[in-house]
Design a protein around this ligand. Structure first.
Ligand SMILES: [Fe+2]
Length: 276
């Protein structure tokens, strides 16, 4: 057997293997290939990301074993989770899962620190509000808004030392961002892409009924290395100067008590990232 024959065999085996994979397994393989190249040539990575987005656009709820019953959701009760999460697969490079947002519920504003992501709506309609984070350089040019009135009320004290420390504490929780256009997304919409800065903070709420979307993130959340999910609240200041240049301020908050996820069964084809 010549080198050419060996190469031909490998290519044939690879094609054969791809042909036998289910759509979601092929997508997982493509996601791995895409995010393995994240630190290489930027244009190569962007080409791969664009192809991944195109493939994800063809994914349908049925490819993930999501049937009409899941798509119909269930009436949200005060004691039931507003959002369900179907774990599909995860390794140190990529995580894949489906969020099911019940009627009238939302994922509150949260970030994806140093991560890339692609989101595709599978059922229903969602409204997504997103913000771009700013670069260090951009942040340095932005003046903090006047916090005195805001902190006095939050500190509940008139002691100047208390106020100083309240101002400093508040300032540390504020993040300047730029808003993106609000989007309403359905299964007919193109997938949304987020990056370490672009569209990195978002909230996602269901519109007119329950909705489900596929979320691919790279790398996955990992609190042990500082990639925890952080929640934010849009914060308005009476001082109008801070909105110059379309900059808004988000305040870091604990996870809202109204938001938590239940684990839901994933019934689609198994995705073993280590064997792809
Ligand atoms: Fe998210």
């Amino acid at each position: 057997m010549t080198c050419h024959d060996i190469l031909a065999c490998d290519v044939t085996d690879d094609n054969h293997e791809m042909a036998n994979l289910q759509a979601i397994q092929k997508l997982a393989k493509q996601a791995l290939d895409t995010f393995r190249s994240v630190n290489g040539d930027k244009n190569v990575f962007l080409d791969k990301l664009s192809s991944l987005r195109a493939s994800m656009n063809r994914i349908r709820a049925a490819d993930l074993g999501i049937d009409d019953a899941v798509a119909a959701g269930r009436d949200h009760q005060p004691w039931s989770a507003p959002v369900g999460y179907m774990f599909v697969a995860e390794n140190p490079l990529v995580s894949m899962g489906v969020f099911v947002v019940q009627r009238g519920c939302r994922l509150p504003l949260h970030d994806h620190r140093s991560m890339h992501g692609v989101i595709k709506v599978l059922t229903g309609t969602v409204r997504m509000r997103s913000y771009d984070l700013l670069t260090e350089e951009q942040r340095e040019t932005i003046k903090l808004p006047d916090l005195s009135g805001f902190s006095a009320s939050s500190a509940g004290s008139t002691d100047p030392h208390d106020l100083d420390s309240a101002v400093q504490q508040l300032a540390r929780t504020l993040h300047p961002v730029r808003p993106r256009a609000e989007l309403e997304l359905t299964p007919d919409s193109e997938p949304c892409v987020l990056g370490p800065l672009e569209g990195n903070v978002h909230s996602i709420e269901s519109v007119g009924g329950p909705a489900a979307f596929l979320d691919i993130l790279s790398p996955p959340y990992d609190p042990e290395v500082g990639r925890d999910c952080v929640y934010y609240k849009e914060t308005k200041f009476t001082d109008s100067e801070e909105s110059v240049g379309d900059v808004r301020w988000l305040r870091r908050i604990p996870q809202p008590a109204s938001f938590w996820c239940s684990q839901e069964d994933y019934l689609g084809p198994p995705v073993d990232l280590d064997s792809l």
